[in-house]
Design a protein around this ligand. Sequence first.
Ligand SMILES: C[S@@+](CC[C@H](N)C(=O)[O-])C[C@H]1O[C@@H](n2cnc3c(N)ncnc32)[C@H](O)[C@@H]1O
Length: 232
Amino acid sequence: MHSTEFPPHRPIRSFVLREGRLTGAQERAFLELWPRFGVDWPPGERIDLSALFGDSRPVVLEIGFGDGESLAAMAERDPERNWLGIEVHRPGVGHLLLLIERLGLGNLKVIRHDAVEVLTQGIAPGALDGVQLFFPDPWPKRRHHKRRILSAELIALLARAIRPGGTFHAATDWPPYAAQMLETLDGASDLFENSAGPGQYAPRPDARPLTKFERRGERLGHPVHDLIYRRR
Ligand SMILES: C[S@@+](CC[C@H](N)C(=O)[O-])C[C@H]1O[C@@H](n2cnc3c(N)ncnc32)[C@H](O)[C@@H]1O
């Protein structure tokens, strides 16, 4: 990892980069497809979403898309919206670039960066129709809880970035994290309304495809919780 891409000034991050090798196809994707579907975001700069997508359709941002299979499926099914995926893991980004090419998706772009920084610096207030966060790293050890991405800080960023009436959708297969998400989000009821009612998890929406980590969780017998909130 290039140190200038992730300067060490934000001490606690929600990820630890374990790079893993790129396949030959993923190497090619970075060379040939990144210029078409990737976004070179200079940190600190506001992203002009209409210019990026070439139209002013509503934009949904996904934090930590993993291998991108579920994000690509959602973008393919919903061409009336534009989709912006953020992920730090290079093989996952390469995998999604290949999918975008294979499916011929014109409404999906990829940023390889810390999503917290992109939300903080790159997104204008009220610019997003929705944000989704599926199966974020649960950081189960108590001493690692501070790395969990869903925090009061993130909720403040989401509240700024999502338009009134827009949606925040999270899902996790780690029950203690689900409980923390519910408590933190319900605690911000001045900003977000729980679509299922206070204290309730949402029924799994049909629109959310099974993700890679969800499948893994299912094999391990983990129950899945969805949380869907509307920005007031
Ligand atoms: C447990 S995986 C889940 C991936 C995918 N959503 C799924 O359900 O299969 C969490 C992903 O979030 C990414 N991630 C964690 N923190 C991030 C951040 N701050 N910005 C961007 N990606 C992040 C990790 O690299 C990892 O791929």
